[in-house]
Design a binder for this molecule. Sequence first.
Ligand code: ZN
Length: 460
Amino acid sequence: SSCRSLVSGQTRRNDGMAVDGEHMGSGDWDGRWNHVKKFLERPGPFTHPDFEPSTESLGFLLETCKILVIGAGGLGCELLKNLALSGLRHIHVIDMDTIDISNLNRQFLFRPKDVGRPKADVAADFVNNRIPGCQVVPHFKKIQDFDESFYRQFHIIVCGLDSVIARRWMNGMLISLLSYEDGVLDPSSIIPLIDGGTEGFKGNARVILPGMTACIDCTLELYPPQINFPMCTIASMPRLPEHCIEYVRMLQWPKDTPFGDGVCLDGDNPEHIQWVFQRAQERAANYNITGVTYRLTQGEGHHTITPSLANIGKLSLCSMYKIAKTTSQFHAYIPLNNYLVFNDVDGLYTYTFEAERKENCSACSQVPQDLQFPPSAKLQEVLKYLTENASLQMKSPAITATLEGKNKTLYLQTIASIEERTRPNLCKTLKELGLSDGQELAVADVTTPQTVLFKLKLTS
Ligand SMILES: [Zn+2]
């Protein structure tokens, strides 16, 4: 076997589990990796042109390859299980959440006894106990708690996140790790990012080679701002089944308190959904609206056990399996190129397309970002642009500028005392603030670990 003693010297975690080859101390038994070897030790019509079948690849997979899974929720459980069963042993997992009882229907590494414990810890324990030789290291933390040196140690990063902000931050972190020499990207500084996402019965998996292929921010328009129906429509002029559902969720639930005072609507609780579904059907009937279904009532973002999770988990993994850090030998298959959508809302539909890089992407292009405003524009308008522009979509941008050799905060929202002090600037014009044409503005935001530099172009 090409696997040297991987876990020798370690305490076996699965005492009592009879495994052939246990005496070898490697946690391996005859034929354990036969299926994986078929991919790594044979040529094939779909292998990468540079791929050379070799018995050494398995050793890399088992001993060297270090992978980070972000998120130990619905998608994360699938990812961890699949990675560990595929032979990856050095896995880290980050998740800042604890287990809620409503997670148990789909986050299958958790049991009722685990409610209240950190997801990362429980998921790691489960996989480590179940899969001989696997060493999952949990981090009950936020991704923002780690710095470049932490992220740099991984060969691949797989994301199963439910937040666009966290995705963008992670994307920005991997871009910040890139090194360029004379403007040429050093391929060894690339850490591939595989990003999976699910929403209701839809999902996607994509492969991002930072600095080479489209990044999260290149395709930010794919994340449309959340649609909010006008309250007056919901309350008095419903036309769509969604209007009826929203009416029950937003107005009737707090009024009727069907499950007691102060009980919030839980999208994972079937009794809650059933109640909303029935009331929404009644309202729809009153207005001759059709199309209120249980599925629609469950709504976006409220996951149930659906094929999507498992499928997206697998698809993300297929992508993972096909790539590796470009320099490594684990490069068996041509990677997913590069964005796969999956939808089983009504039947099943899947499609792959190549998301293109955006020439002036604010995250990955290295092209200075221009801000064009007349000198009479107020700082408020700049702020509005940064948050509402479809390709920027910042959340609470903090703007600083160097004026007369001094670093000056023009506006900062996240610290109350500074917000109060800088608020008057919002009503001042750019001219009044002393900003001139060509002035650089540094903008910090939760969507990126790095400050984004903008060049102010004053139009006359
Ligand atoms: Zn980009």
